[in-house]
Write a protein of this length. Structure first.
Length: 588
């Protein structure tokens, strides 16, 4: 009897039915009239709902669905009895802590849960919802999970609800939010029991359970899911978890796979290639037959939009002015305009635009703004940190010295040593289209004997420089560096490996960019570095971390060795100079 008690929940509260109905209808009308600014795909979702209502009213034999306003209002009213659990919205001194669904959220639930098929069961068995960061996806997704766990109609016996992510710890974010929401509602709290050790919420005396799952859970067999919340699907490397869940839905009358995500950095991902692609085809009606059981809602900018224009930000942020603060978004967009490297992360996460993983990093005028004069003579006797990027046999090797500031307001100063095989310089000039001979003549780059790089020559130069400067550490890429590392270690130098992957380079790259944008570095407008900066792009991982790379297109004659060495040298200098930055991210 205890499990049936949630049915009394609705009789114990004042249902604001008229308001819920009005809000959903008003949102639909506002979108169709243009009063509500939305993107193309959001508009198509609204059009689809209106078109389906017309089909249902015309008794279309190929459309066996009907719309039940009472069911639509039921979930909206349930969610609005739940409470916020974190941040200012959970503070009763500042706000009414009850969740208040915004018009777009009410529209989503109105359509997703209002449409029914014969027997009274839900029409939609899958939902793809894509919206920018900070628009309340996880809070709303957890509330949806709680409804399907405790209140779904028609009553589902022993519902199994799963919060799914790439790792169990990530999946627990939504699961823990759902649990907190239940405990904030006294009536619902009495219905469940939580087993923290197993991360399981149960309804005692029934088979009902809610659990977080990740690829590392190893419990995918024997599942019988009723509701599956897949959070941030863009971060999934493949569709294996989704496939496991969908393959287990067959025993349920009205299962629902509920995918919520922001855009990502990988257009080859399962999220983009499969689910988003399918959603767009459904909305654009470009496939036949249309998957009538797949609900799709995408909040993003349109292709022709200028993403720097504040008038279009709401297309990706329907909670703009609520959970997405104007001043926060304005600041983020300004950062994107100043830093090409940050543009991908910001427009992807805050404007919900899918991007490729790489982009040109630093504009020429931004780099030249840090071109203050550096005097090698004035640096004699000072501490420095060295970055070494060893080249392949015929490419450029870079050794960069970063000198920390000794006075307030002073920049980190860079001194560069570049090396190239001395043979066939003219041929190299023709290939790379840069003036190697001129640079050699003006001592900007050193030609080592022969047609392959001479590591002994590089070692000798470091030893010469060590007589002038107090070298504290030498950071290096371990690839093909063991011999020179051994020699330098024997010479008493502290050698620090930095692996050339995200775990090793993300933090140093971010530090370099921040110092450059703050004009806290000085590079003397070294012409080789100006060229190498122009060659440098960055690539991003699924978390938005960046690291430098050569261009993916037209790589001929592109060199970034000095950039990589500078990043490593500055990182070690900052770690030892600024205590708050002593964070080590290393590959093992």
């Amino acid at each position: 009897m205890k499990y049936r008690a949630p049915l009394l929940f609705f009789s114990s509260i004042i249902l604001v039915v008229a308001m819920s109905t009005y809000t959903a209808y008003q949102y639909i009308e506002d979108v169709l009239s243009g009063r509500q600014v939305v993107g193309k795909y959001t508009h198509l979702t609204v059009e689809r709902h209106v078109r389906d209502l017309e089909r249902a009213e015309s008794n279309d034999p190929e459309f066996p669905y009907y719309f039940d306003e009472a069911q639509a209002m039921r979930i909206i009213d349930f969610k609005q009895q739940l409470r916020h659990t974190k941040g200012d919205w959970a503070n009763p001194r500042l706000h009414d802590t009850r969740i208040r669904l915004e018009p777009w959220q009410q529209f989503k639930d109105w359509v997703l849960f209002g449409w029914r098929r014969p027997g009274g069961y839900r029409r939609f068995t899958k939902a793809y919802i894509e919206v920018g960061r900070k628009n309340g996806k996880t809070t709303d997704g957890a509330a949806t999970a709680n409804y399907c766990f405790l209140m779904d109609s028609p009553r589902e016996m022993g519902p199994e609800v799963y919060c799914v992510a790439t790792k169990k710890d990530q999946a627990k974010i939504a699961w823990e939010e759902a649990e907190r929401q239940i405990h904030k509602q006294p009536y619902l709290q009495g219905l469940i029991k939580t087993y923290k050790q197993g991360s399981t919420i149960v309804v005692p005396g029934t088979a009902a359970q809610m659990k977080p799952l990740g690829k590392d859970s190893h419990t995918e067999d024997a599942l019988n899911p009723h509701f599956v919340l897949i959070d941030e699907y863009h971060a999934h490397r493949d569709n294996s978890m989704l496939e496991v869940m969908e393959s287990a839905l067959g025993a349920r009358e009205q299962p629902l796979v509920y995918i919520i995500t922001t855009a990502g950095f990988d257009k080859n991902s399962a999220c983009y290639q499969e689910e988003r692609s399918m959603a767009i085809q459904i909305l654009e009606r470009s496939i036949e037959p249309i998957l009538e059981t797949y609900f799709c809602l995408i909040y993003t900018l349109d292709e022709e939009d200028d993403w720097a224009n504040p008038d279009v930000w709401i297309k990706a942020n329907p909670n703009l002015g609520v959970s997405v603060r104007w001043e926060y978004l304005e600041k983020r967009i300004q950062e994107a305009l100043q830093s090409p490297a940050k543009q991908n992360k910001i427009i992807t996460k805050n404007l919900n635009i899918w991007t490729q993983s790489e982009t040109r990093w630093i504009k020429d005028d931004t780099w030249r703004a840090c071109g203050a004069v550096v005097s090698e003579k004035a640096l004699v006797g000072r501490k420095c940190y060295v970055g070494v990027d060893l080249s392949a046999s015929q490419d450029i090797t870079a050794v960069v010295y970063a000198f920390p500031p000794e006075e307030k307001g002073e920049a980190y100063q860079f001194v560069y040593r570049f090396f190239i095989p001395g043979d066939n310089i003219i041929d190299r000039e023709r290939t790379d289209k840069v003036p190697y001979a001129y640079w050699i003549e003006h001592n900007l780059i050193m030609a080592t004997p022969g047609n392959v790089i001479d590591y002994d020559f590089i070692e000798q130069q470091i030893l010469i420089d060590a007589e002038k400067y107090e070298i504290q550490e030498i950071a290096y890429d371990p690839w093909k560096a063991q011999e020179i590392v051994n020699h330098l270690q024997e010479g008493g130098f502290e050698m620090v490996p930095i692996f050339q992957r995200y775990s090793g380079m993300a933090l140093p790259t971010d530090t370099f960019e921040k110092k450059m944008l703050a004009k806290e570095i000085a590079h003397n407008n070294n012409p080789i570095m100006i060229w190498m900066i122009s060659c440098t792009e960055v690539k991003s991982d699924r978390q938005g971390n960046i690291m430098p790379m050569k261009p993916q297109r037209d790589r001929t004659g592109k060199r970034i060795d000095g950039v990589v060495a500078s990043i490593m040298a500055l990182h070690r200098a900052v770690v030892h100079t600024e205590p708050t930055t002593k964070v080590e991210v290393w590959a093992v």
